[in-house]
Design a binder for this molecule. Structure first.
Ligand SMILES: Cc1cc2nc3c(=O)[nH]c(=O)nc-3n(C[C@H](O)[C@H](O)[C@H](O)COP(=O)(O)OP(=O)(O)OC[C@H]3O[C@@H](n4cnc5c(N)ncnc54)[C@H](O)[C@@H]3O)c2cc1C
Length: 498
C-alpha cells in the first residue's frame, strides 16, 4: 500500500501544517490531506485584480527577539525567510469609536503612558489592566513556551471570567472600557460570551509587538510546506477527506471523495470537529460527547471587500484601522441588520516594506450567517443574480461607510471582490462561515472547550477549534496536540533551543 503513513493529518490549515512539521522532524512519516487546490486554509493568500490579499491572518504579534512567535518561527525554520514589516510603534491598531480616535502603541509601558494620556484620572485602572493581562498570559506555561508544563486549563480563573465583565470591574469610565476592549474583532468578542482568557492573551500578544507579512500571509504557508517536505512529509492538495475507515475500534484509514484511501496508525483532524464526526458512523462515539461537540456554537462570520485602488492615491497605513459608529465596541458583533454596517476593520497591505501608498486594501465587518441562509444549499454557480445583486448592494453600503472616513478610497476604487459567510464556509469548511471556528463561552468554559484527545484512541484534534484561534492559539495547540505523540516538555525545550 503506497498510501501508508505513520500519521495522516486532515486539513492543511496552520495547525495541520505545524503538526506535520513537528512530527516529521521527529522522524514520523506524515501526510497532510487538503481539499483545496492550495494549502493554508485561512492562512493562505490569494491574488485578485493585481493585488495579493490575505484570506485571514493580517497581523502577527510577539515576534520581537525572544518573544514567543519569534522562538516558534525559529523552530519552524521560517523566521529568516519571512518578509515582515514592523507596524507603527506609536499605534499599530487605531480605533475610531463614536468619532474619537485612539491608538495602541507597542510595548506595555508605552501602552500605559498612552492610555493615561487619554484618561489622566484612570492611571490605577490602566495599571491594574496591564497587570492582569500579563498575569493571565503568564499563568499559562504553554503560551510562554515554559516547561515543565504544570498549568491545567481547568483551573484557570480567566477562563471563567467574561472579558466585558472584567473590564467593567476595573473602571466605571465607559470610554476607557471601550478602548480597552477595542481589539475585540480579533476574537469576535461578545459581551455575553467572550472569556477574559482570550481577551488577555490576544491583547498582550499584540502589545508585545506587531508585524505585517509583506505580500500577505501566503509566504508563511509556502515556507512551512517546503520545510515539511524537507522532513520527508507530504502535503497533498485536492484531496477532500470524506469517510473514516475503522478496523475494530481504531481508525485505520481515510477515504477521499475521489475514492482514494490513505492509511496510518494515527490521525489528526485540523478541520471543524462537527465535520470530523460527520466522517464516521454515529455509533462510534458516546452520544453525550458527540452531541456536546455537534451542538457547539460557532463564532460570527464576516463580509469582506478586497479592493484595488488607483495607484498612489491612498497612503499606506502602517496600522489597522477599526471603526465603530456607536459608543459601544461590543455592539458590532450583534448588529441590527437594518443599520448594517456600522463597524469595519481596514487593513492596508504591505507590498514592499517601504510603501508610501496602498493600492490594495481589505475591509471586513461582521455578518451573521442568517443573512445568506437562503443560498446556503446552492452551489456558487447556481446562486444567480439574486445573490450577486445582494452582494453588490452590501458591498456598496460598506464602501460608503469606509468612504466617509477615507474619501481617497471611495473615489479611487478600480475594482473589488467580495467575500461572504458562504465564501468562508465553502472555502475553509467552517460551518456557518465562523470567522474563528467554535465559540468559547466563559459561562460554560469546559462545555465549550475541545481537548486534542478524542474518544477515538488514535484520532486527535488540532487547529483553531481547540482552545484558541489565531497564529498564537493555533501554534500553541499544535504543540499540545503533538504532545500526545511525544514528550511535550522535550518539544518545548527543543523549540527554545532552536
Ligand atoms: C477574516 C479573518 C481574519 C483573521 N485575522 C487574523 C490575524 O490578523 N491574526 C491571526 O493570528 N489570526 C487571524 N485569523 C485567524 C487565523 O487565520 C485562524 O485562526 C487560523 O489560520 C486557523 O488555522 P487552522 O489550523 O484552524 O486551520 P483552517 O484555517 O481552519 O484550515 C482548515 C483547512 O482544512 C481544510 N479542509 C476542510 N475540510 C476538509 C476535508 N474534508 N478534507 C481535507 N481538507 C479539509 C480547509 O480547506 C482548510 O485548508 C483571521 C481569520 C479570519 C477568517
Amino acid at each position: 500500500m503506497d498510501n501508508k503513513y505513520d500519521i495522516v493529518i486532515i486539513g492543511a490549515g496552520l495547525g495541520g501544517l505545524e503538526c506535520a512539521y513537528i512530527l516529521g522532524k521527529k522522524g514520523h512519516k506524515v501526510c497532510v490531506l487538503e481539499k483545496n487546490p492550495k494549502a493554508g486554509g485561512t492562512l493562505q493568500g490569494f491574488q485578485r485584480n493585481g493585488c495579493g490579499f490575505s484570506t485571514g491572518m493580517h497581523y502577527i504579534g510577539s515576534l520581537d527577539d525572544g518573544q514567543v512567535m519569534n522562538r516558534l518561527f525559529r523552530y519552524f525554520n521560517i523566521l529568516d525567510n519571512l518578509k515582515l514589516k514592523r507596524m507603527d510603534d506609536n499605534g499599530f491598531d487605531v480605533f475610531q469609536i463614536a468619532g474619537k480616535e485612539y491608538r495602541y502603541p507597542i510595548g506595555h509601558q508605552q501602552f500605559k503612558e498612552q492610555m493615561v494620556q487619554y484618561f489622566p484620572d484612570e492611571e490605577k485602572a490602566v495599571e491594574t489592566y496591564i497587570r492582569d493581562i500579563k498575569a493571565a498570559t503568564d499563568e499559562v506555561d504553554i503560551y510562554n513556551l515554559r516547561y515543565p508544563v504544570t498549568y491545567d486549563i481547568r483551573n484557570s480563573q480567566s477562563l471563567n471570567t467574561g472579558a466585558y465583565q472584567y473590564i467593567r470591574s476595573i473602571t466605571k469610565n465607559v470610554e476607557l472600557q471601550n478602548v480597552l476592549a477595542a481589539q475585540n474583532f480579533n476574537y469576535a468578542g461578545t459581551k455575553e460570551a467572550s472569556p477574559f482568557y482570550a481577551h488577555a492573551l490576544i491583547n498582550n500578544y499584540y502589545i508585545n509587538s506587531a508585524y505585517k507579512l509583506i505580500g500577505g500571509s501566503g509566504q508563511l504557508v509556502e515556507h512551512l510546506v517546503r520545510n515539511i517536505e524537507k522532513t520527508g512529509g507530504s502535503v497533498l492538495t485536492g484531496k477532500k477527506a470524506k469517510r473514516f475507515v475503522f478496523k475494530n475500534n481504531l481508525l485505520s484509514g481515510v477515504e477521499t471523495d475521489a475514492g482514494e484511501s490513505f492509511f496510518a496508525g494515527r490521525f489528526i483532524s485540523n478541520i471543524h470537529p462537527s465535520l470530523t464526526f460527520g466522517m464516521m458512523e454515529e455509533s462510534r462515539l458516546r452520544k453525550s460527547y458527540r452531541n456536546r461537540i455537534l451542538n457547539l456554537n460557532n463564532t460570527i462570520s464576516v463580509f469582506g471587500l478586497h479592493i484595488r485602488l488607483n495607484k498612489d492615491r491612498f497612503p499606506y497605513l502602517n496600522y489597522n484601522y477599526h471603526y465603530w459608529y456607536h459608543n459601544d465596541v461590543w455592539y458590532a458583533s450583534n448588529y441590527d441588520q437594518e443599520k448594517w454596517p456600522e463597524h469595519f476593520f481596514l487593513f492596508s497591505a504591505a507590498k514592499t516594506g517601504n510603501d508610501q501608498y496602498s493600492d490594495c486594501v481589505t475591509v471586513l465587518t461582521y455578518m451573521k450567517f442568517e443573512e445568506v441562509e437562503k443560498w446556503k444549499n446552492l452551489p456558487p454557480s447556481e446562486r444567480g443574480q439574486d445573490y450577486t445583486g445582494w452582494k453588490n448592494e452590501k458591498a456598496e453600503k460598506l464602501l460608503n461607510l469606509v468612504g466617509e472616513q477615507f474619501p481617497e478610497i471611495k473615489y479611487n476604487v478600480i475594482s473589488y471582490s467580495v467575500s461572504t459567510p458562504l465564501t468562508l464556509r465553502d472555502y475553509i469548511g467552517t460551518p456557518d462561515g465562523g470567522i474563528y471556528g467554535t465559540l468559547r463561552d466563559y459561562n460554560n468554559p469546559m462545555g465549550t472547550y475541545i481537548f486534542p484527545k478524542t474518544k477515538i484512541p488514535n484520532l486527535f484534534f488540532t487547529g483553531q477549534n481547540v482552545n484558541l484561534h489565531g497564529l498564537l492559539g493555533v501554534s500553541m495547540t499544535a504543540i499540545v496536540t503533538c504532545g500526545e505523540f511525544m514528550d511535550m516538555n522535550e518539544l518545548i525545550k527543543e523549540i527554545n533551543e532552536a
